[in-house]
Design a protein around this ligand. Structure first.
Ligand code: AHM
Ligand code: MG
Length: 372
């Protein structure tokens, strides 16, 4: 077997070029290591962004600059997330680490990193973050631009303490209001008006998945070179999908009748013995959605008696995932209406979420229609 280090029948664990063909444009099925290194080129996220920009003659480069800045922020956050346990250990006796720096809550740190990576680019008119109640203006000294960035800096951050995957979610809209500064009106746009959406998953590896309306593409961070490399081009939710549901079942007593009956159906408890689903729930939206995107199935966070509008936020959790899901051939709804059609009335508005393989989301909608 030809290995990336040029050895034949090399040791176990040595990188095999054929194991990641998507990272290399034009790699032949059986390249020698020399051929592979000369005939192929690594598709970095930057190269991908440039190539996507070339498809659009009207592109000014501002949109690409936003994506570059997100990439940089993602690398910095990934580095911090990976040493969260150590920082916690070192900061455990007080609020400072060994360098004398204040140990900051990671989600606030992540917000700060993203904000500072963006504020000077001249591409944005304002930002919205889960961690801040109001819209975040661009500082006076920097030029304003024609886009809005809406983000959840570190979703699922309660999972950090137990070393479970977490993520950053982002959504980009075009400015619609008059004047230089961004306004709430620029932020309260329906999901179908997003021009790009994506997430970064800080898991066993760090991945950035995004769409700008031309399919969904996934990049894996190679920490040795500090680059995101194209590893999952043109992601499509598998069809037929895995029969997998993902939901916090502890809330069963608080659900509507339709939701409870849906769950009984998925478990085969309503007499249909042909139904056999498996269950997976991490409790971290980015990780749960990423699995659903790759394997198929459904992720649900329903409304319940305690949270009549669900828990997840429309603008920076549901809508970006909905855009990605639809671009990958899936479906996303609040149980009745496509998430992409919902126009928010407040920046931190919540919504129920049903997202994943189209046929399973439609099945859920059919059960929920009984509640009407
Ligand atoms: P957060 O934005 O406060 O991190 O909460 C969002 C998270 C999602 O990642 C996850 O899907 C959900 O909360 C889990 O909620 P629950 O603990 O109720 O199952
Ligand atoms: Mg969140």
């Amino acid at each position: 077997m030809t290995r990336g280090n040029g050895s034949v029948n090399g040791k176990r664990g040595v990188f095999d070029l054929r194991m990641a063909p998507a990272m290399f444009g034009g790699a032949s099925p059986e390249p020698t290591s020399h051929e592979a290194m000369t005939n192929s080129s690594v598709v970095t996220l930057e190269r991908h962004i440039v190539e996507q920009e070339r498809i659009r003659p009207e592109a000014t480069g501002a949109f690409s600059n936003i994506l570059y800045a997100i990439t940089l922020a993602a690398k910095i956050i990934s580095r911090e997330v990976n040493k969260a346990g150590i920082v916690d250990l070192l900061g455990g006796t007080g609020d400072t680490n060994v360098q004398g720096e204040r140990v900051q809550k990671l989600d606030l740190y992540a917000q700060d990193v993203i904000y500072r990576a963006m504020d000077h680019t001249g591409a944005l008119c304002c930002m919205v973050s889960e961690e801040s109640e109001d819209i975040l203006p661009i500082p006076e000294q920097f030029p304003k631009g024609q886009y809005v960035l809406i983000f959840d800096p570190l979703d699922g951050s309660s999972n950090i303490d137990v070393n479970v995957s977490i993520g950053t979610i982002f959504s980009i809209h075009r400015k619609v209001s008059d004047g230089e500064d961004g306004t709430v009106e620029d932020c309260l746009q329906a999901g179908c008006r997003q021009i790009a959406a994506g997430y970064v998953l800080y898991g066993s590896s760090t991945m950035l998945v995004y769409t700008s309306g031309q399919g969904v593409h996934g990049f894996t961070l190679d920490p040795s070179i500090g680059e995101f490399l194209l590893s999952h081009p043109n992601l499509v939710i598998p069809d037929p999908p895995s029969r997998m549901y993902s939901i916090n079942e502890a809330y069963y007593p608080r659900w509507s009748t339709g939701q409870q009956r849906l769950m009984q159906h998925l478990k085969g408890l309503d007499g249909d013995a042909t139904i056999s689903y498996s269950s997976r729930y991490i409790g971290s939206l980015v990780a749960d959605f990423h699995r659903t995107l790759l394997k198929g199935g459904i992720f649900m966070y329903p409304a319940d008696t305690k949270n009549p509008h669900g828990k997840l936020r429309l603008l920076y959790e549901a809508a970006p995932m909905a855009m990605i899901c639809e671009q990958a051939g899936g479906r996303a709804s609040d149980g009745r209406t496509p998430i992409m059609d919902l126009t928010p009335e407040a920046i931190h508005q919540r919504t129920p979420l049903y997202i994943g393989s189209s046929e399973i989301v439609e099945l859920a909608e059919a059960f929920l229609a009984e509640d009407a």
